[in-house]
Every structure is written in C-alpha cells, then in structure tokens.
Design a protein around this ligand. Sequence first.
Ligand SMILES: Cc1ncc(COP(=O)(O)O)c(C=O)c1O
Length: 403
Amino acid sequence: MTEAPKPLLLPDGRPAAHAWTLDPALRHLNHGSFGAVPLAAQQAQQRLREQMDRAPVVWFPALPKRVAAARAEVAAFLRVPAHDLALVPNASAGASVVFGNLPHRPGGEVLVTDHGYGAVTMGAERLARRWGGQVRTAHVPLHATAAEATAAILAEVTDRTALIVLDHITSATARWLPVEQIGRAAREAGIPLLIDGAHVPGLAEDPLAGLEFDVWVGNLHKFGCAPRGASALVVRSELRDRLYPLIDSWGAQEPFPERFDTQGTIDVTGYLAAPTALDFVERTWGWPTARDYLTALADHAELIIGAAFAELTGGSAAVDVGMPVNALRLVRLPEGLARTRLEADALRDRVAAELGVEAAFTSFGGAGYFRLSTHVYNTAADYEYFAEHCVPVLVDWARRARA
Ligand SMILES: Cc1ncc(COP(=O)(O)O)c(C=O)c1O
C-alpha cells in the first residue's frame, strides 16, 4: 500500500483547502471537469469587475493592452513565445476557431480517436460534413503504449486526411496520447494537427517543449485554477495567419495573436485574473511541489479505492492505462454502472445529490470508470471517505442495475 502524502498547508499552517471556497459539506474529487478557483484569484477577478463597473468607458478601450499583458504571463507559464499564444474562453472555443477557419477541403477527412472529447468530436464531424468528407476514428486501446497508439492513429491516415484532432490528455480515459510522434508524422505528411490539451496546463512543467503541431489549446481554468473562461491557444505554423476569433471584432485587421485581444463588449476578467491563479500556486508551494503532491495523492487514492471495490466485488478494479496521467486516474466500476456517457453523467449527479461527493464517472467501450482527480486542496481523507462511504453504495447500485 502506498503512503498517503502529508497534506499541503498554507504558509500560516492552515490546510490548503482554506485558500479555496469549496463547500466543506461536500467532498470534491473532481477538479478535472470544471476546476476550482482559489479565493485570491476570485478576489482579483472581483476587483477587476469593480473597476469595469465603476468606469466602463475607461475600462473597455484600455482592454486590448491588458489582455496582451495577461497573455504574456500565460505564455511564460506555458514556456511559449507570447506572439504564438492567443487567449480564448475555453478549449471548445479553441477547437471551434480551428474548425471555422481551415481552408475548404472538398471531400476532406478529419481524423479523431475514440478517446476524443465528445463535444469537440461533434465539431469535427460538422466540419467533415461541410467538406463533404467524413470523420475517421482511430481505435486506441486504453492500455496502448505510445508506439501502439501511434500505429493505431497513423493507420487511419489517408490521402484525404485534412485535419488530425488529437487529445493531449484524454478526458474519459485519463491518459496521454503520443502527440510528439503524431506531430512529427503530421508535419511530414503536411496534415494540420490540432492538439486538444484542455487538461494539460499545470500538469506538466514544459508541456509544449519540442512538439510539432499547428494549433494546441489548453484550459487555464482546469489544473491552472484560473477563473473560468480562460484558455490558451498556441499556434506553431503558418495557420496563424488564417485564424480569427469566434467573435468578429475591431481587432480583425491585427495580426495573430493581437486580433484575439478584442472581442467586442465581453467580460474578460477571467483572462486578466488567470495569472493571479497561476502565481498563487507558484508562490504558495511552487508548481513542481504541487505536481509531486498531486501524483503521490493520486497513487494513494487509486490504490485504496481500487482495493475497496475489489474487497466487495471479488474482482480487480485496477485499470491498465497506457501513458497514465499524474493527477487523473481511473478505477473500474462494477458492471452495471456508467455503461454509457449518459449513465455516467446521471451517476455523477446521483452521487453528488445522495452521497455529497463531487466526482467524475466516465464510460469507455461500454465499461464504467470512476475518474478521480487530485489537486493541492485534496487530502488522503477525501479518498478514504470515498472508499469507505461511497464504494459500498456504488457496489449496491451496480448489483441493483444488473438485477
Ligand atoms: C479533452 C477535453 N477537451 C475539451 C474540453 C472542453 O473544455 P471547455 O468546457 O473548457 O471548453 C474538455 C473538458 O473537460 C476536455 O477534457
């Protein structure tokens, strides 16, 4: 059994969770879906909103400069040049920017994997329909190594492939995909590559180092803990000249990325407060220490929850995930639970309502999984609670579902 890591504390000795405003009556085991914003960043955003509402006519014209400054800080965090990075509201928006701006390719195919984020894959399908082509789906076994996953994906490339959409970290299956290998192959073949890195910012120190891609998008409002509506769109090819933001606005005649800095009259305080969230973790613990903690805690959580299921079902709940992620893990649910995405979502809602636990359940290939997340405000007690109080109930619900 792994040792539970010692909880992270604030400089004044209080538990890390005191820097967040999460409801203490609930257990929060699903940072990955929607993030959680530390109070320092909430307050920074609130102060910005107050400035906006005190003098809107001063606020809005000055925004592009402020957005550019925030963009530079985000770029430094991701270790990419500021002129390669635009801010967009979320990963979905980043994907939509690509789908909406690629040159028309009659009969073109979009290559995705069966691990792709459903909402993004639907966008890919619409693009393929507009082109009069189709989506091709590469089937990547959950346990596939980097080499096996690369082979499975490249096997679906045809001479009609006009875009590859690849998750950097997958959502339902909590694994990395071999973006390095696919990036090299795509570049050689001249096929544009969109990497959906929604979960990545905060989880890797230098996540884009050495990668070849056209566009990469990553959410700052997941593991980066930024206020929602803050994502980085990084472009590493001449596609930069074709990409326009979702909202046509006064920046349209500017080059990339400046043209993304103006989006009409919208609230961009999430962008402006994002650096406060990134800095908060850095100043309080340092991101490397935070990542070590998330990893150790996830190791522990995966083991104790897997063991709790195994004890009651008699079967193993361990999941063989190729290229596993540090702060997102899968534990196999007993048969009968979360067989589809809709069932998984319904289970999430039922567990929150009846068991007081915010959790993520996912479905892949007809099997259901508990996808646990860790962040600095979590402690071993959160997962011990789940193992002790939720696992027996889930085993019971599964038995009833099968009956
Ligand atoms: C891989 C992936 N892509 C896209 C998204 C969508 O992110 P957003 O809702 O911020 O657009 C998510 C969200 O979980 C995701 O995991």
